[in-house]
Design a binder for this molecule. Structure first.
Ligand code: NAD
Ligand code: TYD
Length: 355
């Protein structure tokens, strides 16, 4: 598999190996800022016994995936590797095109050259459909990505499907909803806000916070990928959502409530450019293969908060390290502007009360 040192990939590897669904996994990962060997540190016993092997490398390097495939008799490639954060793609899309588009092209070439007997599952996202104000997208709906991240994922999806159509390459795609749970890099909404609340830091909500996401617990996502891989059909796309839609402000308030912190930590800051208002998926196709969500949002969020509370050893080195510089660059000016606006408003209302 590729990209297994990140959030969803590491949860997938742990699930598959601990439940002995597969005998062996080789994990090729570039170890970008989001890839972290600590996510799989508990698999040392399997590394010794040969059940798990880690290889550091870039999926976009021509020939690398093909060479690895030639070393062993693999049944499947599951490709999680991507640049995955929308905000970073707005600041600089270069790495998104390199990994998500060129890198996926290299993976496709390797699987195509390998021939039959190997299937590729490409892990994609609900964001390729773009926003939907009402109702839900089905797998046959048109792709209309709204930001550079989702455009690069949509380009990869179309390449994957084109290889299935043109060369008969045995590929399939899952399109997952917003995922949360243990080991998520603290740049995404839920882990960022949990860790900020623990430190009594402000919560930077983009705009009015009324955008809606469908929240999928990471182990439900991992099981859905396994279902698609083992029971799905070649050439098909499977939506993977949770039917747990929440507005961002609701998620924020819930995190504050679980951690018993006040709502005045919330800051409404300048909105994300091109912010998609809502994502929603129709998942009947994967459900017909037997997959069901098992974790509802309230339980999953409590489990996730508990994990971040217990695992400061995991997230503090990230937040105190390279993430700090990103946070400053991305949030400092907008947080300051929000504070000044709030200051002006409270001064105006104080003056109003005085007159
Ligand atoms: P992540 O950012 O946590 O991890 C990505 C992993 O890919 C990291 O380990 C990184 O080192 C690795 N990687 C990046 N570029 C690479 C390259 N060129 N070669 C090899 N490895 C490389 O991402 P995630 O949240 O675990 O997402 C995994 C996949 O699922 C992505 O494809 C993403 O688009 C998709 N997805 C994510 C979500 C979500 O909410 N997180 C939802 C739906 C779909
Ligand atoms: P995010 O976790 O970045 O996932 P995505 O953009 O892929 O959906 O963001 C989830 C939602 O939370 C999205 O509507 C943007 C919003 N958001 C904030 O309001 N503040 C933040 O600091 C972040 C990171 C996200």
């Amino acid at each position: 598999m590729i990209g297994g040192a990140g959030f969803i990939g590491s949860n997938f590897i742990r699930l598959v190996l601990r439940e002995k669904l597969a005998a062996h996994i080789t994990n090729l990962d570039k170890l970008t800022y989001a890839g972290n060997p600590a996510n799989l540190a508990d698999l040392e016993d399997l590394e010794t016994s040969g059940g798990y092997r880690f290889v550091q490398g870039d999926k976009a390097e021509p020939g690398l995936v093909a060479d690895l495939l030639g070393e062993d008799a693999y049944d499947a490639v599951v490709d999680f590797a991507a640049e995955s954060h929308v905000d970073r793609s707005i600041t600089d899309a270069d790495a998104f095109l390199q990994t998500n588009v060129n890198g996926t092209y290299q993976v496709l070439e390797a699987v195509r050259a390998h021939g039959q007997g190997l299937r590729l599952l490409y892990v994609s996202t609900d964001e390729v459909y773009g926003p939907i104000a009402e109702g839900s997208f089905s797998e046959t709906d048109r792709l209309s990505p709204g930001n550079p991240y989702s455009a690069s994922k949509a380009a990869a999806d179309l390449l994957v499907l084109s290889y299935a159509n043109t060369f008969g390459t045995p590929c399939m795609i899952t399109r997952g909803a917003n995922t949360y749970g243990p080991y998520q890099y603290p740049e995404k909404l839920i882990p960022l806000f949990i860790t900020n609340v623990i430190d009594n830091k402000p919560l930077p909500v983009y705009g009015d916070g009324c955008q809606v996401r469908d929240w999928l617990f990471v182990l439900d996502h991992a099981r859905g990928i396994w279902t698609a891989l083992t029971k799905g059909e070649i050439g098909q796309v499977y939506n993977l959502g949770a039917d747990q839609e929440r507005r961002n402000i609701e998620v924020t308030e819930r995190i504050l409530a679980i951690l018993e912190k006040p709502k005045n930590l919330i800051r409404h800051i300048e909105d994300r450019a091109g912010h998609d208002i809502r994502y929603s998926l129709n998942c009947e196709k994967l459900q017909a293969l037997g997959w069901r969500r098992t974790v509802d949002f309230e339980d999953g969020l409590e489990q996730t908060v508990a994990w971040y509370r217990e695992r400061e050893d995991w997230w503090r080195p990230i937040k105190d390290g390279s993430f700090r510089e990103y946070y400053e660059r991305h949030y400092a000016a907008r947080l300051l502007a929000a504070q000044e606006t709030a200051g002006d408003a409270s001064q105006e209302s104080a003056e109003g009360e005085a007159t």
